[in-house]
Design a protein around this ligand. Structure first.
Ligand code: ZN
Length: 238
């Protein structure tokens, strides 16, 4: 193989590697993943807060039910006294009756309160369940996106590794001076320092090559450059 064709392969492998590395760095999923993670964490917080709310309502209900049971016992005690006939005086009876009535009112109030708390608790549990479902779904989606991202990153990493191998193999068979010239030309002209002849034009700047230059390339002269862009030219093998 011609020297410049090997140089060209080396150059192309390096360019491809650079492109892949840039692609890895800018994988869109990376940004998407970060965003999704944020979203998931927000959902998790909402779920946690819903759970706390439900737990608090549960405790509240228990407190109220305990209170209702306590009041009921009180009322029963008074009623016992009232109906046992132990108490004689009309005034005492009246007082007992008043207490029973008072407690009954409180019981009615507590009963209503308990019903309302139960309703809130039901609503809270429903919302909690809904949130938990959303969270689960979002987490599943996230795992899917992350898996895709990891797979693509791994695939690109493998390609980069293969290119590195190729570059290091070619490296040894190209003179240092030639590589330096290629790189400095690439820096001046953009991307490539060595290009193939395409038909009768330069593969870099696309300008038609003079008959003289073409003849030199075809004649096998080692280093021929484009008169227009100064890039090194080679005739691609069949
Ligand atoms: Zn050119």
């Amino acid at each position: 193989m011609q020297k410049l064709e090997v140089l060209y392969q080396w150059q192309e492998a390096r360019l491809k590697k650079k492109k892949l590395e840039k692609k890895i760095k800018n994988l869109p999923e990376k940004y998407e993943l970060a965003q999704r993670k944020e979203q998931l964490e927000a959902l998790e917080k909402e779920l946690e807060s819903k759970r706390n709310q439900v737990a608090e309502l549960s405790r509240e209900l228990k407190r109220k039910e305990d209170q209702a049971a306590k009041v009921e016992t009180q009322r029963k005690n008074y009623e016992k006294k009232l109906y046992k006939g132990e108490t004689q005086s009309a005034k005492e009876l009246e007082q007992l009756q008043m207490k029973v009535t008072q407690i009954q009112k409180e019981e009615a109030r507590l009963e209503e309160d308990i019903l309302e708390t139960m309703m809130h608790l039901d609503e809270g549990r429903e919302e909690e369940e809904k949130k938990a479902g959303q969270y689960k779904e979002e987490r599943k989606k996230n795992e899917g996106v992350k898996k895709e991202y990891d797979e693509e990153k791994e695939q690109l990493g493998k390609e980069v590794f293969q290119l590195e191998e190729e570059i290091s193999q070619l490296d040894g068979s190209i003179e240092k001076k030639l590589k330096e010239r290629c790189l400095s030309l690439a820096e001046r002209t953009g991307l490539r320092g060595v290009v193939p002849v395409e038909g009768s034009s330069c593969g870099g700047c696309k300008v038609s090559l003079s008959a003289y230059v073409l003849e030199q390339v075809k004649g096998g002269k080692e280093i021929v450059t484009c008169e227009s862009c100064s890039r090194m030219l080679f005739l691609p093998g069949p």
